[in-house]
Write a protein that binds this ligand. Structure first.
Ligand code: ACK
Length: 323
């Protein structure tokens, strides 16, 4: 494939409904990078018909990527747009606009989430020795203080069982919305959920072409195999119910404060173990009934798994219990 230099950008027809003028965007520091893509924080003036400055995240491609990469990138934008046309949802990273015309890189503008991804955020609540804070047996609402000051921004946060439950609920709500619009995520995991300043969880990367990983350098142990159900591992079959399996693994990540699933099982052995009926144990911070929900998400047969609407109801019932 030919390489597109900065001066030879894919020509994209203008979509008036979503085109945002470049001169109303002040692009700031880089917040994420991958093999092809870059995510930067930016200030947008008057985006989404709000006449004020809004913090946003801007996705772009590195220079000198191929036309194929640019095409895939625009496809991601098209998926995000098509979801956007059907409405927005508080628990997804909503598409805000794009810059496809004039000089400069292709930009896709999305909502900004200050606290980064959920996995790192949860891990910041582990004690300094990196061991889990133990749950006080008598307490439903055990407060965990963040031991990680990182940029000094969220050292004052505390985490409660109710918050972990609220996180599970928020992801189920975002997924219910995506599923209702026939959007299958295929890589639902805590690393792909972003956390805003107000602890609102937002599902990210739902528009990604699955053959390209633009914004994330994959590192060992981060390959989605451990989030995939048998039917996806075996014959690449993805449905809402395969996302539900991943949601069960994500719940497990939440209730272990960002634990790595199946830590002792090599990836190549996972399929065989799952077929033998092996499943992960109950995480320390989960109740029996939450663990039961995880196990239902990990039913071998997709039809036996709950759908996201039912998961929303289950989480709501649980939230009432710890209110
Ligand atoms: O996991 P992070 O800290 O948060 O690193 C990744 C990186 O860019 C690559 O995806 C961050 N990122 C992506 N989208 C956004 C966003 N909308 N708001 C804030 N950070 C983002 C993400």
């Amino acid at each position: 494939p030919s390489v597109a230099s900065s001066s030879s950008r894919l020509s994209v027809p203008v979509d008036e409904a979503f085109e945002f003028p470049r001169n109303r965007l002040t692009v700031q520091e880089t917040i994420g990078e991958g093999a092809f893509g870059i995510v930067k924080r930016a200030i947008a003036y008057g985006i989404g018909r709000v006449p004020k400055a809004t913090q946003v995240a801007v996705k772009s491609l590195r220079e000198d990527v191929t036309y194929q990469d640019q095409y895939e990138f625009m496809k991601e934008a098209e998926v995000m747009k098509s979801v956007k046309r059907m409405g927005s949802h508080i628990n997804i990273v909503n598409f805000l606009g794009c810059c496809t015309q004039g000089a400069g890189p292709l930009y896709v503008i999305v909502e900004y989430a200050k606290k980064g991804n959920l996995r790192n955020y949860l891990m910041s609540f582990r004690s300094q020795e990196n061991s889990l804070v133990t749950w006080r047996e008598d307490l439903e609402l055990c407060m965990l203080s963040s031991g990680n000051t990182l940029d000094g921004n969220y050292d004052k946060d505390t985490l409660s069982q109710r918050m972990l439950l609220s996180f599970s609920h928020q992801v189920a709500r975002g997924m219910e919305f995506l599923a209702s619009h026939k959007c299958i995520h295929r890589d639902l995991a805590a690393r792909n959920i972003l956390v805003t300043e107000d602890n609102v969880l937002k599902i990210a990367d739902f528009g990604l072409a699955r053959n390209g990983e633009y914004y994330k350098k994959k590192s060992r142990g981060q390959i989605p195999v451990k989030w995939m159900p048998p039917e996806a591992l075996f014959d690449m079959k993805y449905t809402e119910k395969s996302d539900v399996w991943s949601y069960g693994v994500l719940m497990w990540e939440i209730f272990t404060l960002g634990g790595m699933p199946y830590p002792t099982i090599p990836q190549e052995d996972l399929y065989g173990k799952l077929m033998e009926g092996y499943r992960m144990e109950k995480p320390p911070f989960a109740t029996d009934s939450l663990y039961d929900t995880m196990r239902r998400c990990w039913n071998h047969y997709p039809d036996d798994r709950p759908d996201f609407s039912l998961l929303v109801l289950i989480m709501e019932r649980q939230l009432v219990r710890v209110a």
